[in-house]
Design a binder for this molecule. Structure first.
Ligand code: LMR
Length: 405
């Protein structure tokens, strides 16, 4: 065999903390294994279904499509317009006019990365403040764009809720021109969200200190509803002169593998937005040229059609209500089965995730002894629970807690 030229110097990297665990789950021979790791919705049969309205929109799109030629660099115009309206509401989008720019991206990750590249183009050292804790992939996505990340206090491990006073106090150390990464709703990994009053107060601070919000919206409709979940984003856009938004359609349209998302850029002037968008397009061109079309085509088409939109909304509501029932059943079940930890906070979390707050070694025990997979941070995917596996999870967690004396 010829000698290696360059790749022998590479060392194997550890697996991704979220996707790697899911791979590990796939090859676990335990017939009773339960996957509560990666954020993917599962129905009561353990399947991740395609929303019926999404499937219908896809069929119509395929039927109508006459060409696979390139589309505009910024993406599908229907998608960009409709997704902006879904998030911000018609009135705000109309008010903003050309101050709002939208660029279609490969999923929410693509949007975060393109937002990071845009920020890196702006002169001066850009400090991005991220919640402690935050989604694991925020770090590699933004740091590799050349940004410096600092954590601000967010989650209170004692109460299982946001420690808002500490958050504000932490953010008071930010300098004018710093960026604050926020989770629009359904905080990943904790499920602990800001209240509307919290958002109002936070936005006052952002305006006063000239901090730029970069809002990650990956779960619109998974918390309390499409409009309620957009409260913080809409208020921020109304009040702050400059806002970046990373949007994902993976969860609320169930389009995970299609990599569908958008970066929204809001500035004080149409000309500034156009300039910012030109930098995003250049960043996209040098990274991947342009994003995949299929998922965005489906969403753009679906949201153009009133009937499909209302069908999709009804399905999304059913998904949300089911997750809420599971969350409540988990909280009640755990409280009934043991008395070491009060799990009431679980019922107050939003969206797909929450922390269990059990000792970390129990996470490893759950995996090794029972094939129950959650992240080492104790984050569980509530949407991976089902009427069948929930009692098992409750029993196993309670058993380990009781054993720990
Ligand atoms: C998650 O947090 O599990 C999801 O957002 C999937 C991912 O890409 O990490």
């Amino acid at each position: 065999m010829p000698a290696s030229i360059m790749f022998e110097v590479l060392e194997q990297l550890p697996p991704d903390p979220i996707l790697g665990l899911s791979q590990q789950f796939q090859v676990d021979p335990n017939p009773d294994k339960i996957n509560l790791s990666v954020g993917v919705y599962q129905d009561s049969a353990g399947h991740t279904p395609i929303f019926k309205a999404v499937k219908q929109a896809e069929q119509q799109l395929i039927e109508q499509q006459r060409s696979k030629a390139y589309i505009a660099q910024a993406g599908d115009a229907d998608f960009n317009r409709n997704i902006s309206r879904l998030l911000l509401g018609d009135a705000l989008v109309n008010d903003l006019g050309a101050q709002l720019g939208a660029v279609m991206t490969p999923g929410g990750c693509g949007a975060l990365r393109m937002g990071g590249e845009l920020l890196a183009q702006v002169s001066g050292e850009k400090q991005v403040w991220v919640s402690d804790p935050t989604w694991a992939n925020h770090f590699p996505l933004l740091q590799s764009a050349g940004l410096k990340l600092t954590k601000y206090p967010y989650y209170d491990f004692q109460t299982g809720a946001v420690n808002f006073d500490k958050m504000l106090a932490g953010l008071r150390a930010a300098q004018s021109g710093d960026v604050v990464l926020l989770h629009g709703c359904c905080h990943n990994p904790t499920g602990a969200d800001l209240s509307e009053d919290n958002w109002d107060e936070l936005i006052e601070l952002l305006v006063e200190r000239q901090l730029v919000p970069f809002i990650d919206v990956a779960y619109q409709g998974f918390g309390h509803g499409l409009d309620v979940d957009a409260y913080g984003v809409r208020q921020a856009v109304k009040a702050c002169p400059e806002v970046l938004i990373a949007l994902s359609c993976s969860k609320n349209f169930g389009l995970y593998r299609e990599r569908t998302g958008a970066l929204l850029v809001i500035t004080q002037a149409a000309q500034q937005t156009a300039a910012a968008v030109s930098h995003v397009l250049a960043a996209a061109r040098r990274n991947y040229s342009m994003p995949p079309y299929h998922g965005a085509g489906i969403v753009g088409h679906l949201l153009n059609d009133a009937q499909l939109t209302s069908d999709w909304q009804a399905e999304l509501s059913a998904v949300r209500e089911r997750m809420n029932l599971l969350r409540k059943a988990l909280s009640d079940g755990l409280n009934q089965a043991q008395d070491k930890i009060d799990f009431s906070f679980v019922a107050g979390s939003n969206g797909m995730f929450c922390y269990l707050g059990i000792p970390r070694e129990m996470v490893l025990q759950l995996r090794a002894e029972f094939g129950i997979y959650l992240l080492e941070s104790t984050r569980i995917n509530v949407a991976g629970l089902s009427e069948t596996n929930l009692p098992v999870v409750v029993e196993r967690v309670a058993e380990l807690l009781k054993r720990s004396a």
